[in-house]
Design a protein around this ligand. Structure first.
Ligand SMILES: Cc1cc2nc3c(=O)[nH]c(=O)nc-3n(C[C@H](O)[C@H](O)[C@H](O)COP(=O)(O)OP(=O)(O)OC[C@H]3O[C@@H](n4cnc5c(N)ncnc54)[C@H](O)[C@@H]3O)c2cc1C
Length: 205
């Protein structure tokens, strides 16, 4: 519960992984600032962030120099450093991309070779064609005539990441308001912003 008199400097709408990371970075850069995260559900990461597969992509598929490709590569490198700082598991397990001719048709191997070139152009230089013994390994699970191996694709335990970030930003002094849905906002003179919350009874008076 936040004090009704609190002068809020930064409002973050949504306590998903991005909201938590933005809160952490803003508080580290400006420790004196009062930051509040308003999250409409009862749990942080309860929407998309807590329900994805946790794959830390290497930027293979995106268009070269697109924001997605650039941020994907940057994000992978940043998470490698951040995960141990937060004490959470980042597994650099790698990933196979295989050619299933039932799905891709006769061109399946040509499509994989094109993808290999794209991966290298996108900075994922370690992506390579899987060796025959690696291919044999995955053939136990699927019908693959060829596969690419991306050694630097990783896996992050997202639930642990969200809990660790929640603990850290709480310690840093970020306020987290749950069951607090922002209905609308409006800019006012003197750099003020008015927030309208749905059914919110959270302010201490
Ligand atoms: C099926 C699927 C699989 C995916 N797999 C991967 C993957 O393997 N690897 C990967 O890196 N990415 C993956 N993604 C993408 C990734 O999940 C998202 O990029 C990421 O979760 C976005 O985080 P976020 O914080 O922006 O959004 P969210 O996690 O959706 O957080 C937004 C939060 O805002 C809250 N909110 C919304 N409106 C309001 C309001 N008005 N007031 C208050 N609170 C509000 C919501 O309740 C929610 O908690 C996947 C996405 C999907 C859909």
């Amino acid at each position: 519960m936040i004090d009704a008199e609190l002068k809020i400097d930064v409002v973050i709408i949504g306590g998903g992984i991005l909201g938590l990371l933005v809160a952490r970075e803003s508080k580290i850069r400006n420790p004196e600032s009062e930051i509040v995260i308003f999250e409409e559900t009862s749990f942080l990461g309860d929407a998309t962030s807590g329900r994805n597969s946790g794959v830390m992509h290497a930027g293979i598929y995106y268009e070269k120099d697109s924001l997605k490709q650039v941020l994907c590569r940057k994000g992978l490198a940043l998470w490698r450093c951040l995960a141990p700082e937060l004490g959470i598991n980042f597994s650099q397990c790698g990933k196979f991309i295989f050619a299933d001719s039932h799905v891709l048709g006769e061109d399946s191997e040509a499509i994989l070779r094109e993808l290999l070139v794209k991966a290298h152009n996108n900075g994922a230089k370690d992506v390579r064609i899987a060796t025959s013994s690696e291919l044999k390994e995955i053939q136990a699970y699927c019908q693959a005539s060829m596969a690419l191996l991306s050694p630097s694709t990783g896996y992050l335990d997202v639930a642990s990441a969200i809990h660790a970030l929640e603990r850290e930003i709480t310690k840093l002094g970020v306020h987290i308001e749950r069951r607090a849905k922002i209905k609308s906002l409006r800019t006012l003179p003197h750099n003020l912003i008015e927030l309208n919350l749905d059914d919110y009874a959270g302010f201490k008076s």
